[in-house]
Design a protein around this ligand. Structure first.
Ligand code: AHR
Length: 505
């Protein structure tokens, strides 16, 4: 079965710039993301600081731009001072967020150096769970003040003469969630975020601050949380966060494949609330949406199987937590969530794929063994590498698909970026059975085209995964036929593709 799709791109349209920070990622002290993930001192590839060179290489290849650190739920019980100074004097602590033991062998200095080596801008989160205004300000003074004060001199004694100069700061994490250490009402959090922001800005007026929005669109407090928090902080912050994880309900892959539609509605709702509060308060300050945790995550398995097991056991160091094996279906969903983020580039200022290594991650590792790319690595990498210039939302005519959760959705979802003569179309094909013959229609003569596709490999099915032993899922090239102002490609069922066009001069 084959359907027909037309994607028309107006290359001169006045779109928003590609927010390059939308290709952020996230490293939390959780499970094996840091320990036995980016760092494993006994690994053959480890450097002098214990960081794995093979993992660093894959992180560079992924092409992310920003890294959020050190949590997540972890940050709401974290004392940043534990992670600075001589390693052999650092305290070992219970991490109540993940029922683990934190050795503090990686802290701010080691991580900042690693992030720099990986080419990632550091986005630091402060603890507004067990801590507050003073500790947030102390951390900022430690990282960003040049010297001459107790905290800045302490940084220098700890080996970092120049400031870390961290620009991006998250004011806590998921404070709306009853699972969060130090969970608060919207009013309590809004006041605390505003007071923290005020003092942090006194210390460094040039930082960018992210207020914590809802943990997901289904939170009972969604909407009122954003409204209340923004009423307190609209004149003090630059972004408000959105966290969004999607999973397949057994027997309903169609809804899962349309997760991008759900994310789009969530973003539209948050954008509307930002506008509402701006109108109400008369604020003219621009506030972007920071989707600072997003991904596919089998949360049902976590809540019903893994969490009860982990939280009733002992307190291990770096236990295996939520190491989801990603399928081809998951890769197509991740690709289409990226399309949604780019389609909302007028409001989305940044985004972080959560997380980076082992914990719901595009990169997996085995202790003493290999590091490999999960299926979801590829749509992220291919999008981050090619999305430059401005975003253009194309007109898409395609078959439609009935879904139980999101109504009727288009079989093909697409977005384009235009960077001079280079036009890149990113397309997700959500039909599980039919191929589709796609005609990409430009308003300019096309000189050349090439295309890459992520789809079910030969001999596999939609559940195929990459593992330590075999990595059958990888991008494949796709025939792209140029005909004047048109390019034709055939997208297989369940696929995500990047089609790169070079316009004639
Ligand atoms: O990314 C895993 C967890 O998901 C984070 O710690 C938390 O912020 C979210 O609930």
């Amino acid at each position: 079965m084959t359907s027909a799709t037309r994607i028309a791109v107006a290359t001169n349209a006045d779109g928003p710039a590609v927010p390059r920070r939308v290709f952020g990622t996230f490293v939390e002290h959780m499970g094996r993301c840091v320990y036995d993930g980016i760092r494993e001192s006994a690994h053959p590839s480890a450097d002098a600081n214990g960081f794995r060179a093979d993992v660093l290489e894959l992180v560079r290849e992924l092409g992310a731009t920003v890294v959020r650190y050190p949590g997540g739920n972890f940050v709401s019980g974290y004392r940043w001072e534990d992670g600075v100074g001589p390693r052999d004097q650092r305290p070992v602590r219970l991490d109540a967020a993940w029922h683990s033991t934190e050795t503090n062998q990686v802290g701010l200095h080691e991580f900042a150096d690693w992030a720099q080596a990986a080419g990632l801008e550091l986005m630091e989160a402060v603890n507004l769970g067990t801590r507050g205004v003073a500790e947030a300000a102390d951390l900022l003074e430690y990282t960003n003040h040049p010297g001459g004060t107790a905290l800045s001199e302490r940084r220098r004694q700890n080996g970092r003469d120049e400031p870390f100069d961290i620009r991006l700061w998250c004011l806590g994490n998921e404070m709306d969630g009853p699972w969060q250490i130090g969970h608060k009402t919207a009013d309590e959090y809004g006041r605390l975020a505003a007071e923290s922001a005020r003092l942090m800005r006194f210390i460094d007026p040039d930082i960018e601050l992210v207020a914590a929005g809802s943990s997901n669109h289904e939170m009972p407090t969604f909407g009122e949380w954003e409204r209340t928090v923004l009423r307190h902080t609209a004149e003090l912050v630059d972004h408000i966060s959105v966290h969004a994880y999607y999973e397949e309900t057994p027997g309903d892959p169609a809804s899962f494949l349309a997760s991008g539609v759900a994310l789009g509605r969530y973003l539209d709702d948050v954008a509307a609330i930002i506008d509402e509060v701006r109108a109400e308060t008369g604020s003219t300050r621009e506030i972007g949406i920071s989707v600072d945790e997003w991904n596919v995550w089998n949360q049902t398995r976590w809540n019903e199987v893994d969490k009860p097991r982990v939280f009733t056991g002992d307190w291990p160091v770096a236990p295996r937590l939520i190491e989801d094996d990603y399928t081809v279906t998951d890769a197509v969903v991740v690709g289409s969530l990226l399309i949604t983020l780019l389609r909302h580039a007028d409001r989305v200022s940044m985004a972080n794929l959560a997380q980076l290594v082992n914990v719901i991650a595009p990169i997996r590792t085995e202790p003493g063994g290999p590091a490999w790319r999960q299926t979801t690595f590829f749509p992220f990498q291919l999008t981050a590498a090619a999305a430059h210039g401005t975003v253009v939302v194309p007109t898409v005519e395609s078959a439609s698909i009935e879904t139980a959760k999101h109504g009727v959705v288009a079989a093909v979802d697409a977005v384009a970026t235009v960077n001079g003569d280079e036009i890149v179309v990113f397309a997700a094909h959500r039909d599980l059975d039919a191929s589709t013959e796609v005609v990409i229609d430009l308003d300019r003569e096309i000189a050349a085209a090439d295309a890459l596709v992520v789809t079910v490999p030969a001999g596999g099915d939609r559940h195929t995964v990459n593992s330590a032993q075999a990595q059958p899922v990888a991008p494949a090239s796709l025939a792209a036929v140029v005909d004047g102002t048109r390019v034709r490609v055939t997208l297989p069922p369940l696929s995500w593709a990047r089609i790169t066009l070079r316009a004639a001069r």
